[in-house]
Structure formats: C-alpha cells, structure tokens
Design a protein around this ligand. Sequence first.
Ligand SMILES: Nc1ncnc2c1ncn2[C@@H]1O[C@H](COP(=O)(O)OP(=O)(O)OP(=O)(O)O)[C@@H](O)[C@H]1O
Ligand SMILES: [Mg+2]
Length: 267
Amino acid sequence: MKLLEVDNLTIAFEEGRERQIVVEHAGFSMEKGEILGVVGESGSGKSMVAHCLMGLYKKNEKVIDGRILFDGQSLLAMPREERRRIQGNTMSIVFQEPMTSLNPVKKVGFQVEESLSIHRKELGKQEKKELALQALRDVELPGAEEIYESYPHELSGGMRQRVMIASAIVCRPKLLIADEATTALDVTIQAQIIRLLKKLNASTGMSVLFISHNLRVIQEICSRAIVMWQGKVVEQGTVEEIFRHPKEDYTRRLIAAIPTRKKRRNP
Ligand SMILES: Nc1ncnc2c1ncn2[C@@H]1O[C@H](COP(=O)(O)OP(=O)(O)OP(=O)(O)O)[C@@H](O)[C@H]1O
Ligand SMILES: [Mg+2]
C-alpha cells in the first residue's frame, strides 16, 4: 500500500518577473512502513521537496505543478486548514540543527507536548505529560522525567536530537521526514540516531523519508532510495541497484566521492 505518491512536482522561486525552477517534474512514491532515502548534493532540491510535503513554504516559493497524495489525500488540493491538521500530526519533520529548532527558554517537556496541544486539544495536562514521557522513553533517553523538566542547553547534541525526534513522534505520525537529521552529529551519535530511527520504524510501522547528501549514511538506513540532481529525481531503486549499476553519471560521481577509510585517515 502506498503512503505517499509525488507526481510531476515542480517548485520555483519567483522574484519579480524572474522565475528559478528548483524542483522539476519530481516523481517518486513510498510504501507504508518504508524507509526511503533521498540523496543528492547540496542545492539539489531535497529540502525543497521536504518543505513542500510539510506545507512549509518560504517567501516567493511557488508550486507550479504536480500532485502529492499522502495516505490517499491530495495535499496540494486541500484547504489550508485541513492541511494544518496533518502538519506535526500525521506527518512531521526533524531538521539538522536541534539547537535552533528548540526554544532555549522553554523546558523540554513543554516542547515535546507542543504538537499534542495543537492536535489533541481534548487531552488533559496529565495525559499530555504521560504521552510526552512515553515519547521521551521511545527515543531511549534515560531518565525521561528528568529530561522532561530540563532545558535544551542542559543536554548534549545527541540528546537534543532525540528530543526533536520525540517531539516529532509524539502524535504518532504515519510519516517522519528526517532532513539531514544526523548530519551535524559526530559519527558515533549519528550511528545511534540511525539505529533509533530504524527501531521506531520497525516497532511502530512509521514510514521515514530520510534525506542526506551522504550516500554511505543512506546505505545504512534504507533499502530503497531516490537520487536528486539539479531539482530532478534522476534515479530511484534499491540502494544495492544504485550502488552496483548506477544509471546516471551523476550517481557514479556520488559513489566515487564516498571517502574510503584510507582516505579518511590520511586526508
Ligand atoms: N529562499 C530561497 N530563494 C531562492 N532560492 C532558494 C531559496 N532556498 C533555496 N533555494 C534554491 O533552491 C535550490 C534547492 O535548495 P535545497 O535547499 O532544496 O537543496 P538541498 O538539496 O536541500 O541542499 P542541502 O544538501 O545543502 O541541504 C538551490 O538551488 C537553492 O539555491
Ligand atoms: Mg537541505
């Protein structure tokens, strides 16, 4: 069963009469329960696609064409109000920088509960707290009660990213978009977060759209991926196929650019 179908998506920035196409005729789909990788160099349009799925539009940004079906609903055709009911609820996103996404003056618990306050208005204070604590436990933060009462600056970078994931999953979304969610972390913490996302995917069936410019990281987390280049989806298939038989020159260069251990030790 398909969870997401993107067809012919074309997005542009408009500045006066100038129009710059940043995503062009992009198409891909995701199965329910799948982790799909999105890989491509900086500026290839990965985040534009992610933001468009979430309905987070920048100034001057315009969807020129295309269709997005999410769980059977046409996102681009629905009224804004209805779309807002999906954001942070059945679909949510985690970004690269947990420090800039978290509010430094609000306690972690308050921030994890935020989506519940928007989307589950019927819940009482204690019920919200319990769900937030459960989400903090789900992301394997030790001492959920203590973390709930702490401020972001009291936590390490890896812990903050876990808090961001807890905030994103507290409403139990069908799709989690991770946009370079492990890029700012060191390699060990990155591996832990990848393990966590895989575990959440396996235990809850939540689909994950995992965006990274790093093909090696993509290879670790998913079995299927799409490759973006200059706003286009130039390749899609299993990661194994992409590695073994890259169809595009660009993908070959991306594979060749993966640092080997030797290169890493002797830069
Ligand atoms: N506010 C903006 N105004 C004009 N162009 C923009 C704006 N934001 C992004 N772009 C352009 O859109 C294109 C796609 O950018 P996008 O952020 O989606 O790339 P990306 O693949 O996510 O890159 P990265 O790996 O660096 O995150 C780029 O060419 C970028 O210059
Ligand atoms: Mg990006």
